[in-house]
Design a protein around this ligand. Structure first.
Ligand code: AMP
Length: 282
């Protein structure tokens, strides 16, 4: 496995790989089993002849909250072990100084899907995501890239980025990996207090209950209200949003026969967790 810390090292590491499949998995590090599953899928997709590239970069531009960035876990040595075990060929591990020019002045804003859910709550977040992912696409020039459905809105926005800018890459969405208790794995889970860690699987349980209620004919607002009241019954928990939207447009449903998405973000103390579930009426 090669480790590239500069753009030049990355270009050199990828030179022999050009012309064959190159599969990119962007991450912010503090890798867990969710990331590992994306990396293994990348290895599978790339096969023996192709190349798997993982980026490990805590992108400051996508953080709207300075203390979230400052407390975000960083475990670079363990991350390299995970990458090695998953069969990654090249890890790109730049610093912010390597990644960005100090006087950078281009922004990349998606203006429809980013206005709702996390985008409405975290100003500038998705512009930062689009910027860094577009840079990674230009640097790596992957044939394929894999993103998790845990960040459902992110995946939808990146599909739009690729479509609207004609970026020649095929995006793949990977299923959410959960702990045995149902909690979606997240780098931020290690920051939960023991009490909040024990209570956090309630997010998943409330989403499963919502799926049943929706199937049984409850309205979108009833379903969302039940999620909010279940979660806010936990001491120290505040729901940032719980919304039922069209799974493709991410805006309020206009046709209940289409796939719906129930997305939730909740603060457990100062740790913000997200999860989602796809819903149908029958
Ligand atoms: P992050 O390091 O949080 O930016 O995540 C990097 C990639 O891993 C993103 O595409 C995430 O959607 C994905 N990811 C993070 N957690 C999970 C999970 N529990 N299951 C599946 N994918 C995940």
């Amino acid at each position: 496995m090669q480790i590239a810390r500069t753009k030049e090292e990355l270009r050199a590491a990828l030179a022999p790989a050009r012309g064959r499949r190159i599969v990119l998995v962007p991450t912010m590090g503090a890798l867990h089993e969710g990331h590992a599953s994306l990396l293994r899928q990348a290895r599978e997709l790339a096969g023996d002849q192709g190349t798997v590239v993982s980026s490990v970069f805590l992108n400051p531009v996508q953080f709207d909250n300075a203390s979230d960035l400052a407390t975000y876990p960083q475990t670079p040595e363990a991350d390299l072990d995970v990458c090695r075990k998953c069969g990654v060929d090249v890890v790109f591990m730049p610093t912010p100084e390597v990644m960005y020019c100090p006087d950078r002045s281009i922004t990349l804003e998606e203006t429809h899907l980013s206005t709702v859910l996390c985008g409405a709550k975290r100003p500038g977040h998705f512009a930062g995501v689009c910027l860094v992912v577009n840079k990674l696409f230009n640097l790596v020039q992957p044939t394929d890239a894999i993103f998790g459905k845990k960040d459902y809105q992110q995946l939808a926005i990146l599909r739009r980025l690729v479509r609207d800018l004609d970026i020649p890459v095929c995006l793949h969405g990977a299923e959410i990996v959960r702990g045995e208790d149902g909690l979606a794995l997240s780098s931020r889970n290690v920051r939960l207090t023991p009490e909040h860690r024990a209570a956090a699987p309630t997010i998943r349980r409330s989403l499963l209950a919502a799926r049943e209620a929706y199937r049984a004919g409850k309205s979108a607002s009833e379903v969302c209200a039940a999620v909010v009241s279940t979660l806010e019954a936990i001491p120290g928990v505040r729901v940032d949003y719980a919304e039922l939207v069209d799974a493709e447009t991410l805006h309020p449903q206009t046709d209940e026969n289409r796939l719906a998405l129930l997305a939730v973000a909740a603060y457990f103390g100062d740790v913000r967790l997200i999860d989602n579930i796809e819903l149908t009426r029958s």
